[in-house]
Design a protein around this ligand. Sequence first.
Ligand code: PMP
Length: 515
Amino acid sequence: MRREAEACGAVMSGNCQDKNTMQMCKTQKPLKLPRKSSKSCHLHHEQSPLKIVRASYQYMYDDTNSEYLDCVNSVSHIGHCHPAVVEAVSVTMDSVINTCGWEIDYGDLRYPKELHQILPDHLDTFLFCNSGSEAVDLALQLARLYTNGTDAVVIDNAFHGSIGSIHHLSPKVAKSNNITKADWVHIVTMPDLYRGPYQEDDPLAVDRYVADAQDLIDKAQLTGRKIACFIAEPMLTVPGCIIPPSTWLQEMYRMVRETGGLCIADEVQTGLGRVGSHFWSFQAQDVTPDILIMGKPVGNGYPMASVATSRDIAAVLGERIKEYKCTRVMDAVGCAVLEVLQQDQLMDSAAEVGAFLKKELVRLQKKHEYIGDVRGRGLMFGIEIVWSKQSKKPAREIADHIVNRMKEEYVIMANEGNSRNILMLLPPMCFTQENALLLIQRLDKVFTELPSHRFSRDHATGLPTDNVNTQPAIGVCEGRLGIMQPQLDDDDDSIVSSRDKVELEHAQQSYEDLD
Ligand code: PMP
């Protein structure tokens, strides 16, 4: 099955008949491999990690020039190395002027106006920075200054970025780094109807999640805490594609607003048409945020992010607002991404391809005992891998095995969630129906071939009968969607372990600084 792509790999391989790739290949220079390619990546593949050396649209290429279908890199929103973005960056970088303290005339920037056209009217002010994490930090600052509050309500297992000042807003990061919860953070239970405390067979499940959240907020207020904001992805990607029941999110917005707090929607992963039915996932959930966070997908990976809010709220920054200007490069890149989304009708495509994927994934779920749940919409899916449908026990070892086997089948996938048992699909938006079909066929094959001797389980309890290791391997990077962490040394795991140790110490240090 191993296909060797030739000089212009995408055109030569049988898998790349779609027009996007063909277009790209017309302009692509012959591949020049680096003399010594960079280190391999342990993030998604612990066994024989890949060395990806280049990428094009929804395809990635390793150091042997083999082509892989990318199902996880959502940051490359309109496709890896999209020529429209490459051109926008190179043309505008040519005229970048760096100055200190002087006003630079950037002419009439288009991007903020274009963003305003695709957002509710009141989100009319746009602040720019370099990463989603920085945008989250800025949103928290805005909420605190505007409300005079200090506290934040967050969802358990959520992830909102990796910089020290906002670690507390990401229970996922706090847990994996053994960071004690700060007193200004209030963590509501994730409304997970598959695995949470209240599940889909309980007709009152949503009411119970709402009641628990109300309790938490009431207690915070009774102890004199002042809530500044509620921050949430309207559809939670990193915890495993959990789509909260829309009434739950509406109730959360209502409860937080009753305390005087602001509602912040983190659309780093879920915006720009990814959910298929709407441009922003908050629209699909029938809520309207006070502050909206956009991350690197707005620049297709170019380091830019934005916070959209009302003039009123942004005014609390005073003079500091100047620090968050749109640069000319951001302007060009942001517009290029919006243009491609519109011209190639990528949101409609996400809806269509997503509907096909969902139907096929549900078919696989019925066929294979190890698929416990399939959830998602548009080009965003989570597939729960369990020891049995009845027990719902998370089967990390099987998920690991599938991610590795799919790599051998030239498909890049990732497993996420607390137990790392959820297969995630968040491909670039140019992912086609043919790609979806190939993914399904190979997934079906890999599930069908699962070595039953290795994954044997007790049918009564659904638990593995042999001594499988469901703990993360020592020294292996904790996966975070969209963040690639190259291994430091090819075959020396101890180096990775010590790197992780340094990162952990650093994370703890910056966390303590905050308190
Ligand atoms: N919020 C969410 C939901 C994310 O998934 C991420 C990371 N992709 C961030 C915030 C942080 O973005 P960045 O990596 O650009 O700092």
